[in-house]
Design a protein. Structure first.
Length: 353
């Protein structure tokens, strides 16, 4: 039987594999093809009648004021690069006034020494930071106590609970008992000490599921549909294969619902303080603006930041600043003074697509 140290080393290697594959292999099914946001045109106006300097890109999330409606999404943690990435992202987000999420933290419950790689709240006291756990972990030893301990261990302001059965089935060591999770979530949800965001992982969340989460009391859902990084494909690339078409991760790389479709299906469910977040294929500020016209309140992405996060906080800041500059320009092109005005506009379907 493997020792605890050996088991922890295997988990750390999996985390390292994820980073290496994302940096060096194609894991985006729509890359170099027609992207999901290319299907839409911004609602352009030739006479914006606004001053660029007076455009207000700010948004509110969790009661926090953000510099623009964007979250740097979860990347990693649990191994050496994880600390570097999370610390650089934390410092950058603090400086730029936007939230970010930590990578999946189930490793901390099994191997507490890994908590150091996630413990970066001291670098971002004025922006929200999210702990992160898979919903399936409710079937693998996590209850209210373990969840709140996880939140406390990193002083998180909120919690991402991600839905990743398509990833887990393609992962050699995946946790695949997804039975009976909704009743368990309903039991623990009122007792989790921080706000919860239900989060997809690149395969989407359909309208009926979004509706169930809202009815349960969840206020924030990141639909994270197909269109960007495929975690099924990442897990597939961790396994040996001779013909890619025979690899389960490749076969499942684009299984799911496109992000734009998720938004349009579920936007009518938003009431009061319910919010939709658009993850999946966001690569620039124009994509953020298009997502908001399709029904999102905020957008999120991780892949555009990974290489920069390996480098320095300044490198991450440059990517954030680029996206914010593009987003402001997109608002200007649409004649939107505020994010609320942008939400009121309708995108146009590109005729040729």
């Amino acid at each position: 039987m493997a020792t605890q140290e050996a088991r922890e080393a295997l988990v750390q290697q999996r985390k390292k594999d994820h980073i290496d594959i994302c940096l060096n292999r194609c894991v985006e099914p729509y890359k170099n093809t027609i992207g999901i946001w290319d299907r839409y045109l911004l609602p352009y106006t030739a006479i914006p009648e606004i001053d660029l300097a007076k455009i207000d890109t700010s948004a509110t999330f969790f009661g926090w004021k953000l510099s623009f409606p964007f979250i740097v999404s979860s990347m990693t943690g649990g191994e050496a690069h994880g600390r570097t990435i999370n610390e650089n992202v934390a410092k950058a987000c603090e400086a730029e006034g936007i939230p970010f999420g930590l990578g999946s933290m189930r490793i901390v419950n099994r191997y507490p020494s890994a908590s150091y790689t996630f413990d970066v709240k001291g670098h971002c006291p004025s922006v929200p930071m999210f702990a992160n756990l898979g919903l399936v972990q409710l079937n693998y030893g996590f209850g209210v106590k373990e969840i709140n301990n996880l939140v406390d261990s990193v002083k998180a302001d909120g919690l991402f609970i991600h839905l990743n059965h398509t990833q887990e089935v393609c992962q050699p060591e995946g946790d695949t008992n997804f039975e009976g999770l909704m009743p368990k979530l309903a039991q623990v949800l009122p007792h989790i000490k921080v706000p919860v965001v239900i989060k997809g992982v690149g395969h989407g969340i359909e309208r009926s599921a979004v509706e169930k989460f809202y009815e349960m009391g969840v206020k924030y859902v990141d639909v994270s549909g197909t269109g960007g990084t495929s975690w099924a494909w990442i897990e597939g690339r961790r396994q040996p294969y001779e013909v890619e078409a025979d690899n389960i991760g490749y076969v499942f790389r684009d299984i799911g619902i496109r992000t734009d479709v998720c938004l349009q299906e579920s936007k009518s469910l938003k009431q009061h303080d319910r919010q939709l977040i658009a993850g999946g294929g966001i690569r620039n500020g124009v994509d953020i603006a298009k997502a908001i016209t399709l029904g999102a309140d905020l957008a999120t992405a991780a892949m555009p930041f990974l290489a920069a996060a390996m480098e320095s906080p300044e490198a991450v800041r440059k990517v954030i600043q680029k996206m914010k500059r593009e987003f402001r320009a997109a608002m200007f092109a649409c004649g939107a003074r505020t994010v609320e005005e942008l939400k009121a506009k309708s995108p146009q379907l590109r005729p040729s697509l």
